[in-house]
Design a protein around this ligand. Structure first.
Ligand code: LLP
Length: 440
């Protein structure tokens, strides 16, 4: 079924009319914007990730409009897709970023962000990462424990700085996500400061002279389609804010509701961001607070596909197999979360089959789909694995000594490789046959 993901029209680069942005069929061939994906696969090889820049822009704009009713900042969650070209594209749109490591800080700075556009989350920041964040003068460090709070104070003192911090509170709300691994805001989880300790930790923060307690933060989970957890969580944060203000916190001006906004992989409902935006705006109206939102998947999830070539067909135990040149090392989500990704041949084929679509990795868990009805494809055909823009390439590994795929950005009728395909030399980078022996 042809399906337009973004459904926006862009002026063709060659001026010959209007193109559709995103993934759609033209004369039986799947395109990304104005680029036919069979021809692209022939040029850049497979497996390759392909991203539509107009789709990313559209999703960003949707969010910016949704939250227009309240002073807000959109901090793209780099972990969803940390490609420099995507970071730079969003920076040009006015986004900030949410980072969770020194490596993501490095990427953000490389892509053109400055400290004032960066918030630093994460449950296990190292001392070096804290130093790097303070040196970059990030907008906020989101603190997840009292020990971390004290360490940030020490490091800031040593660097003669006053660190702006937010307390990431576990709002302890019930969330329903497709997989337990993507829930973060329930009681007892490793993330955030437990709800009933938040006010006490705020008082500790107020007593530490190298800290400015500037915000409250939460993240309830990922792939959330309902408003409930956000509303409930934000209510809890605002109630804590009152108590913290009563305890002397006068500098809190940011409230961060995290990321997690759902997209459609199969038939699920994406979150209605316009409604979420108006609900949140109403809750913050007159508060003088700046809202921060940290979306990842919502911005890039449906802006990307993974292109893979069919290597073989085979039957085993009465079952059909389609064996592809991409594997779980390239796209881990089906194997790791049992996640659904729509799969279709780039060139329309006659007939349908029910098959397991599997990769070449030596694990029975290496699959993209099980018992899936798809086109009756043959060796050499190119498949598009949809909704691969978020948590795709970033979760890839070289397992089975498989060089990582290429990444390509498409914008209208142009495409550009934004990550080169790895070669065998990349597999052994930093390794040596002979250890550099030393004694302690
Ligand atoms: N903020 C924080 C503190 C987070 O931990 C996350 C995601 C986000 C924002 C962005 O969430 P998003 O808007 O993308 O849902 N690998 C999993 C998802 C893990 C999400 C981890 N945290 C997957 O493939 O579904």
């Amino acid at each position: 079924m042809p399906r337009v993901r973004c459904g926006i029209a862009v002026r063709g680069a060659l001026g010959e009319g209007i193109l559709t942005a995103g993934f759609h069929r033209v004369a039986g061939t799947l395109h990304c914007d104005g680029v036919p994906l069979d021809a692209l696969a022939a040029q850049v090889g497979t497996p390759s990730y392909v991203y539509s820049a107009p789709c990313i822009r559209e999703q960003y704009t949707l969010l910016a409009q949704a939250f227009a009713g309240t002073p807000h900042r959109l901090h793209y969650s780099v972990k969803a897709n940390s490609n420099l070209a995507i970071l730079a594209l969003l920076q040009q749109m006015g986004a900030g970023v949410d980072i969770v490591s020194g490596g993501e800080l490095f990427r953000a700075l490389r892509a053109g962000y400055t400290g004032s556009g960066i918030v630093f989350s994460g449950v296990g920041k190292t001392e070096v990462e804290i130093e790097e964040a303070l040196a970059a003068d990030v907008l906020l460090i989101n603190i997840e424990s009292e020990e971390e709070l004290r360490l940030v104070n020490d490091v800031a003192g040593r660097m003669q700085r006053r660190a702006r911090i937010a307390l990431r509170v576990n709002p302890e709300v019930t969330v329903d996500t497709p997989h337990p691994y993507t829930r973060t805001g329930e009681k007892g989880m490793k993330f955030g400061i437990p709800h009933d300790e938040a006010v006490r930790v705020a008082s500790v923060a107020l007593g530490l002279k190298n800290l400015a307690l500037a915000g409250l933060d939460m993240h309830v989970g990922s792939q959330i389609s309902l408003f409930g957890p956000y509303e409930m969580g934000l209510q809890r944060l605002l109630a804590l804010l009152e108590q913290m203000r009563a305890a002397g916190a006068t500098e809190i001006r940011y409230v961060d509701i995290g990321g997690g906004l759902a997209v459609t992989y199969d038939t699920e409902r994406p979150i209605d961001v316009a409604q979420l935006g108006s609900k949140v705006s109403a809750m913050l109206s007159g508060s003088g607070l700046q809202l921060i939102v940290e979306p990842g998947r919502f911005i890039v999830g449906n802006a990307g596909v993974l292109l893979t070539r069919v290597l073989y067909r085979k039957r085993s135990g009465g079952k059909e197999y389609v064996i592809t040149d991409a594997g779980m090392n390239d796209l881990l989500r089906p194997s790791h979360y049992n996640a659904y990704h729509r799969i279709e041949p780039v060139k329309a084929v006659e007939g349908r089959i029910v098959a397991d679509v599997v990769g070449p990795v030596c694990e029975s868990g290496d699959f993209f789909a099980l018992n899936r009805e798809i086109g009756d494809v043959s060796a050499g055909d190119i498949l598009a694995v949809h909704s691969a823009g978020a948590y795709g390439f970033v979760m890839a590994s070289q397992y089975n000594s498989r060089p990582k795929a290429a990444e390509v950005m498409v914008d209208g009728e142009r495409y550009g490789v934004v990550t080169d395909r790895e070669g065998y030399d990349d597999l052994v980078k930093g390794e040596r046959v002979e250890p550099r022996w030393t004694s302690l």
